[in-house]
Design a protein. Structure first.
Length: 329
């Protein structure tokens, strides 16, 4: 998507899908994690580290290794969260926020030009120093699907994208099938609702929570990689810009359902993409800032409203979300 593209419905949908994929990947991973009863407030830091890993490893070895590295980093950070939240039963809010601060700080540090260049050239001495110092990486190539890309209005948005966009939609449907159509999905949901009862029925609560948190973190890392390689292929400080926290709110708005997350993620993606088109409409100098503020305002409002117990139950929040579990209790 080009920022200055002519304002059309097709361009608006394309912008929504392109930007919304960031939120979709992050929210999908968080749905899996929260369905098991773990609240991962470290998502912002995980996305930051995923973006950082994708930057360094893409410059060193190419896109595929960069994307895999981002998912591994996201999984490892979530493993750390799971250790604190599941094994040590520490407060999940405090632990998650600490992980966010750690991830955003470390990610920004290792991607500062001099540090990044040193790491890249240590991995691959053949990379020219001037390339390693640049605040950009090769963008993920588009993989147009013949015939389908020519469908009016939606063809470009859904069938002329890069591999990560296609993968995100496939993953959403796989996760929906996993959660609602398989025995393992039933185990995940039962652990999130009543871990004591699930344990009594023979479900390994600790294993379910560990796996769900790790896999969810891997998707968070992938969201960070896509943010940098597929949406904004030039590095800026704090590149995630609060998108991890927005994804947390999207999970609530989607009622912990992966399929609903598609609509909500693309809606927020459309709002983000629209800010670049506002100047073309001549609506005033402050309008883009107002549009950019909307996702954050909605996020804050959503988190406040969902903090009330009755509201949480009505919108389908897992009953044991954020609650540590121990067999001794």
């Amino acid at each position: 998507m080009v920022v200055g593209e002519v304002l059309t419905i097709e361009a608006a949908i394309t912008g929504a899908v392109t930007a919304g994929t960031i939120y979709l990947l992050a929210a999908t991973g968080e749905v899996l994690t929260e369905r098991s009863g773990i609240l991962n407030l470290g998502l912002e830091g995980i996305m930051m580290m995923g973006a950082s890993a994708s930057f360094i490893f893409t410059l060193s070895f190419g896109h595929l290794i960069g994307i895999l590295a981002s998912m591994i980093v996201g999984a490892l950070m979530s493993l750390l969260l799971a250790f604190f939240a599941v094994s040590l039963r520490l407060n999940q809010v405090v632990t998650g926020l600490a992980l966010t601060m750690f991830g955003t700080g470390l990610g920004g540090f290792i991607c500062s030009p001099e540090i990044r260049a040193s790491i890249v050239r240590a991995f691959n001495p053949e990379v020219p120093e001037e390339v390693a110092l640049l605040n950009q990486a090769p963008r993920l190539p588009d993989l147009p699907i013949p015939i389908l890309r020519d469908i009016p209005v939606i063809g470009k948005a859904f069938f002329n994208q890069n591999a990560v966009v296609y993968t995100s939609l496939i993953l959403v449907f796989i996760l929906w099938l996993l959660l609602f159509k398989t025995k393992w999905g039933l185990s995940i949901r039962s652990v999130g609702e009543n871990p004591a009862m699930a344990d009594a029925l023979g479900v390994n609560v600790y294993r379910i929570r560990y796996l769900s948190t790790i896999l969810g973190g891997a998707l968070g890392g992938l969201a960070g990689a896509y943010l940098f390689l597929g949406y904004q292929p030039f590095w800026v400080e704090q590149i995630t810009r609060g998108r991890g926290f927005i994804a947390l709110a999207l999970v609530i708005l989607a009622a912990w359902n992966p399929l609903r997350a598609i609509l909500v993620a693309y809606l927020f993606g459309g709002i983000e993409a629209f800010q670049y088109r506002v100047p073309l409409l001549g609506l005033g100098a402050q309008t883009p800032q107002f549009v950019l503020m909307l996702p954050y305002a909605i996020t804050i409002l959503t988190l406040i409203i969902s903090s009330f117990g009755k509201v949480r139950r009505r919108i389908g929040a897992p009953a044991a979300l954020g609650t540590p579990y121990s067999r001794e209790e």
